[in-house]
Ligand binder design. Structure first.
Ligand SMILES: Nc1nc2c(c(=O)[nH]1)N[C@H]1C(S)=C(S)[C@@H](COP(=O)(O)OP(=O)(O)OC[C@H]3O[C@@H](n4cnc5c(=O)[nH]c(N)nc54)[C@H](O)[C@@H]3O)O[C@H]1N2
Ligand SMILES: Nc1nc2c(c(=O)[nH]1)N[C@H]1C(S)=C(S)[C@@H](COP(=O)(O)OP(=O)(O)OC[C@H]3O[C@@H](n4cnc5c(=O)[nH]c(N)nc54)[C@H](O)[C@@H]3O)O[C@H]1N2
Ligand code: SF4
Ligand SMILES: [Mo]
Length: 678
């Protein structure tokens, strides 16, 4: 008889922690998932979402067989077919659409459902060969990444471990206790040694509750706050002149801009008073061992990339990029970098095709010239996660659109499929996982055989390519082949380590990290404070206007600002099936509750010019007057109230993009509140 075994793996979800996981297997069945004690960052602990993952893994919601639609679009009625039949149908229809309308009328849509590098990009070689439209993968970190790159170039973020020795930790626009829980261990240890914790956020989130000081800021007010602090540091002569001299360019351009800023402008834009800004500058000056953790959440508005630029400029002026005990700045670690050609095979593309920003999926399916005729979704649930999702659903209803969805569970998007295909989870396939909140990486094998007839993204696209008659070598290779080749190309792997060792499960710590040391060492680029002289894009870090929040036409109708941060029990929309029928809550300030005549616990409809979404009111001073906060991407809930057909929270968010990078403005929607009678 087989005995119980423990198999190591990694969490594949889109979360900065990328935890080491141990799966206990008993007679071919996984009986528990727990944290890997040998993983230096995870330290034996995983979040409650993942501890409950087996409910999802073995749930009746799992898609286990290929199916084709028999009901109306979106109804979710299917009949089972064989993989052979499904692949033939997919290949025939995609080739037909290409012949009749051109490759550009086919859009692959994918994101971060599975962060394993091989499976995440598994569709790319196929779609490049087919010559489809290209997807701009902008939904998450495009704005923050573009902002960071503009100033920091190739500089990596500092190791989170540095924070242990900090005297001051600033958590800026990220709910660490919910979306980056393992960073908290360093904060807690530093606090025990006397460090101060400051949280800067528009609402008092769970992390702010544990802070020594919480600074409520206006949404998108971060550039004003960062530059205000810098203004005081300059007045007091407290910037790091040696870092500025040796590792940066263009400081004088930023300095003159900051000196010209008036306090009234800084206070108006940031929503933080001059006294508080001076106090914050003082704290930073008094505690040189400062660590700033920057979140991506603060970049999801039309000033978002600039916010990242301003905060990183402040960090650079303080010399925090040089690292050292207790010092640092971290947005994303960029710990490993492999050759993307191995994953995506751009070289198979013979012609350049139109690129469609994923944020504009609703438009691409409805109003865009030469509308899409086929959509292939994997690793994503656009009907829930994409902004302006009612327009996405409207597009998915089109009879002349052929939709393939490769999924693990029956998501709101899966219900619209013409062909629905079963996907494996990380427990049933092999891949490599690199963290973006730490410096570790490892390969995990399948823990058990695939459930039902589920196939990994890799296997599905290899088979579809062969079915389409593509015979390039890349479509013959195995997952192990691609993985080996990719690992061999990886920057950040220490020279003493072999690919075979990584394939065998060795946990790798990136050589790009200099824990406690000088992170600028080894990187050629200098920090760019301002890029005025001779630059084709002569913009220095500066204050921008606030997009939708300044539109008088909308403000007159929809006076409340809405932000939509993550929820502790959901990972974007993943795990939504566990909360079927739940709408989630919306935090409303007591003054607004009185104005809109709603009470704690009441059901309301949040509404604007794009759509409606139902939520349960939580009246609290955790939010500011005029700001409502809806945590979590609960799955759309059918609403029978006449005239109030309401979907998920993304029915309210817009397809407008950020100031740089073409990212989503999820935290910049104006809404009104409609009380529901009960
Ligand atoms: N439990 C859980 N964990 C997750 C996720 C999840 O859905 N659930 N999602 C994962 C993913 S894909 C990502 S990208 C990361 C997201 O991680 P990050 O975006 O780095 O962090 P969030 O916790 O989303 O940050 C949201 C915080 O930013 C605040 N915020 C919003 N606008 C502003 C602003 O203009 N200024 C400032 N200062 N703050 C602002 C919000 O109020 C909220 O507290 O988390 C990952 N981890
Ligand atoms: N309003 C609002 N909207 C947001 C955000 C927000 O803060 N507010 N956050 C945004 C952010 S940061 C992100 S990253 C996006 C995330 O958007 P998505 O990447 O779409 O994230 P998920 O909701 O986790 O959906 C992933 C889907 O992929 C499936 N999946 C997982 N593994 C595999 C696999 O191996 N193969 C296949 N075929 N499928 C798999 C899962 O079952 C799940 O349904 O959402 C964004 N949407
Ligand atoms: S979701 Fe994040 S915290 Fe939870 S197990 Fe996965 S990587 Fe770890
Ligand atoms: Mo994300």
């Amino acid at each position: 008889m087989e005995k119980r075994t423990a198999v190591k793996s990694f969490c594949p979800l889109d979360c900065p922690d990328t935890c080491g996981i141990v799966a206990s297997v008993d007679n071919g069945k996984i009986v528990s998932l727990s944290g890997d004690k040998d993983h230096p960052y995870t330290q034996g602990f995983i979040c409650r979402k993942m501890r409950g993952y087996l409910d999802r893994f073995y749930s009746s919601e799992r898609i286990l067989y290929p199916q084709v639609r028999v009901g109306k679009k979106g109804e979710g009625k299917f009949r089972r077919v064989s993989w052979k039949e499904a692949l033939e149908l997919c290949a025939e229809r995609l080739l037909k659409v290409k012949k009749e309308y051109g490759g550009e009328s086919i859009l692959p849509y994918s994101y971060g459902g599975n962060m394993g590098a091989i499976n995440r990009f598994a569709g790319y070689p196929f779609f490049n060969k087919l010559g489809t439209a290209q997807l701009g993968q902008t939904i998450c970190s495009a704005a923050s990444g573009a902002g960071w790159k503009k100033q920091c170039g190739q500089m990596a973020g500092c190791p989170p471990e540095n924070a242990v020795d900090a005297e001051l930790i600033i958590i800026w626009g990220i709910n660490v206790k919910v979306s980056n829980i393992h960073f908290w261990q360093y904060v807690a240890k530093a606090k025990k040694k006397g460090a101060r914790l400051i949280v800067i956020d528009p609402y008092r989130n769970q992390t702010a509750y544990s802070a020594d000081s919480y600074i409520p800021i206006k949404v998108g007010g971060d550039s004003a706050l960062a530059l205000g602090v810098l203004k005081v540091l300059l007045e007091d002569g407290r910037v790091d002149h040696s870092f500025i001299r040796d590792h940066s360019q263009g400081f004088s351009g930023l300095q003159s801009y900051v000196e010209s800023l008036t306090w009234s402008k800084i206070v108006e834009d940031s929503g933080v008073g001059e006294t508080s800004i001076r106090a914050l500058s003082q704290e930073i000056s008094n505690r040189p061992k400062t660590f700033i953790r920057i979140g991506i959440g603060l970049s999801r508005n039309s000033r978002g990339a600039m916010s990242v630029r301003a905060i990183s400029s402040l960090a650079a002026a303080l010399g925090l990029f040089a690292g050292g005990p207790g010092r640092g700045v971290l947005l994303c670690t960029s710990a490993f970098k492999g050759d993307s050609e191995i994953l995506t095979r751009e070289s198979l593309r013979t012609e350049s095709r139109r690129s469609i920003n994923m944020i504009h999926l609703g438009y691409a399916l409805t109003g865009m010239e030469r509308p899409l005729k086929a959509l292939v979704v994997y690793n994503s649930n656009p009907a829930s996660v994409n902004p302006d999702s009612s327009s996405v659903r409207f597009g998915l209803l089109r009879e002349d659109l052929f939709t393939i969805v490769h999924e693990q569970v029956m998501t709101p998007t899966a219900k619209y499929a013409d062909v629905l295909l079963p996907a494996t989870t990380f427990l049933e396939n092999m891949d490599v996982y690199t963290g973006y909140g730490h410096f570790y990486m490892g390969v995990a094998r399948a823990v058990v055989e695939p459930m039902g007839e589920a196939k990994s993204n890799f296997d599905f696209f290899q088979e579809l390519a062969l079915q389409c008659g593509f015979n390039d070598d890349v479509f013959q290779e195995t997952c192990r082949d691609r993985l080996r080749e990719y690992l061999a190309s990886m920057e950040g792997v220490p020279e003493t380590v072999t690919v075979a060792e990584i394939m065998d499960g060795l946990l790798i710590h990136s050589s790009r990290s200099r824990a406690g040391g000088d992170v600028t060492h080894g990187f050629d680029s200098k920090f760019l404070f301002s890029v005025v002289d001779g630059s084709p894009d002569p913009v220095t870090t500066c204050l921008l206007s606030a997009g939708e929040f300044m539109d008088p036409d909308l403000l007159a109708r929809f006076p409340l600002q809405l932000i939509t941060p993550p929820h502790a029990d959901l990972l974007n929309s993943t795990f939504g099936e566990k909360y079927a029928g739940e709408v989630g809550s919306v935090i409303v300030h007591p003054e607004d509750a009185a104005r809109f005549r709603v009470q704690d616990g009441a059901m309301v409809v949040l509404a604007n010019n794009r759509g409606r979404s139902k939520r349960k009111v939580k009246v609290s001073t955790d939010t500011q007057q005029g700001l409502v906060v809806a945590e979590g991407l609960y799955w759309a809930v059918a609403d029978t109230t006449p005239g109030l057909g309401a979907g998920g929270i993304n029915d309210l968010t817009s397809q407008k993009v950020t100031d740089m990078g073409g990212g989503a403005t999820f935290n910049e929607s104006l809404v009104t509140l409609i009380a529901l009678e009960h």
